[in-house]
Design a protein around this ligand. Structure first.
Ligand code: NAI
Ligand code: MG
Length: 359
């Protein structure tokens, strides 16, 4: 019996996670798996109920579960809260508490949605990559990190720090995960300028012989930014440090053109992984049964695949999503002119109906 902690969060979070849970349950029925779901508060919802965006109870429940499914956090209601009571603090806090150092963002393009990409269809049509971003180190966490008065008046400093162990564990994740894919890793750095990048590159080269079936290439980050638009299909697994990954993964998400479609996972060396859509809480459409649940569904597929080793079940969900789109089912965010628009619940029902039978 696998235990999934569900953190619905704010805005459209509860609506899309509800559908994702129904989909997981339907999959479980078809494949004969058993899951239990435990619901906990995070983000603004937790601030309202418990006075903190990350109650200890939520952390404990996550620790004791096998995987975590999150909706989204945040919204204008809490924008004036002090830093420690802001919804985002809940998300950063849970990632930290569970030592989730690897952020996985698969980018795949659905043939029936090619037109929604700002990049030409013939360029994006074969794009299928996984960006792995280091999530707990680098420029966003290095010290010193301060504002101070110096010789030239006010000055500010941030520090890009990585130790070898931090680099090694994220690169190992990339090598290992590439074995589920086409076994090509592109390590992105700025080794022509940054010392931390030179250590990154040396570490990749040192580890590579341990993964002889995987091919490793290095690419400078500025070139990678270009190549993502010029020819995204050349990439399979791309691994990089925190800030480069933040920027490149947002750039790559635009290849597909639809934010409502993209899943993500944050995983550590052991313990539960956390799965969530890339998009936010969409306060503008919250509570209206309009949100696109497909990113949450893909996140559920990642959960089954990476945390439970249920590749067949994950593939079944991905196939059902593809069929749903091929059949012309659309929520408002991805509907073209004149296309029929489904609600969140109708979309959920459609995807469940297209789940293939277990062979
Ligand atoms: P957002 O992703 O929530 O919304 C951007 C636009 O995309 C909106 O027009 C929204 O309606 C639309 N959209 C997003 N997801 C959709 C879906 N599933 N179906 C249909 N339309 C969708 O980003 P925004 O507006 O910048 O942020 C809103 C709130 O979400 C903020 O409080 C922000 O801090 C938070 N946020 C939370 C994240 C998380 O929980 N991981 C990530 C990004 C933002
Ligand atoms: Mg970002």
């Amino acid at each position: 019996m696998k235990k999934i902690t569900v953190l619905p969060g704010d805005g459209i979070g509860p609506e899309i996670t509800r559908e994702a849970v129904l989909l997981i349950e339907e999959t479980a029925e078809k494949y004969g798996n058993e899951f239990t779901f435990q619901y906990e508060d995070i983000g603004g919802a937790a601030v309202d109920k418990h006075g903190t965006p990350l109650p200890q109870h939520t952390v404990d429940a996550c620790r004791e579960s096998d995987a975590i499914l999150l909706g989204a956090v945040g919204g204008p209601k809490w924008d004036k809260e002090e830093a420690s009571r802001r919804p985002e603090a809940g998300l950063l806090g849970i990632r930290k508490a569970l030592k989730l150092f690897a952020n996985l963002r698969p980018i795949n393009v659905y043939p029936s949605l090619l037109d929604s990409s700002p990049v030409r269809p013939e360029i994006v049509k074969n794009a299928d990559l996984l960006i792995i971003r280091e999530l707990t180190g680098g420029l966003y966490f290095g010290t010193p990190r301060e504002r101070r008065t110096g010789k030239y008046g006010t000055e500010a400093v941030d520090t890009l720090y990585y130790n070898e162990a931090e680099i090694e564990r994220i690169l190992r994740k990339a090598f290992e995960l590439s074995r589920f894919r086409s076994k090509k890793v592109t390590s992105v750095d700025k080794a022509n300028v940054l010392e931390s990048s030179r250590l990154w590159r040396e570490t990749a080269d040192r580890l590579a012989p341990e993964y002889p079936d995987v091919s490793l290439e290095h690419m400078l980050v500025d070139n990678a930014a270009m190549q993502l638009i010029r020819d995204p299909a050349q990439f399979d697994v791309m691994v990089t440090e925190n800030m480069f990954g933040d920027i490149l993964s947002d750039e790559a998400s635009m290849i597909t053109g639809s934010l409502g479609m993209l899943p993500s996972a944050s995983i550590g060396s052991e313990g539960p992984g956390l799965y969530e859509p890339v998009h936010g809480s969409a306060p503008d459409i919250a509570g209206e049964n309009k949100a696109n649940p497909l990113a949450a569904f893909s996140s559920a597929a990642m959960l089954l695949k990476y945390s439970f080793n249920m590749a067949g079940e994950a593939a079944a969900i991905e196939k059902a999503i593809k069929t749903t789109l091929d059949q012309g089912y659309r929520t408002q965010d991805i509907a073209g002119k004149g296309e029929k628009v489904l609600s969140t619940k109708e979309m959920g029902k459609a995807v469940r109906s297209f789940l293939p039978e277990h062979a």
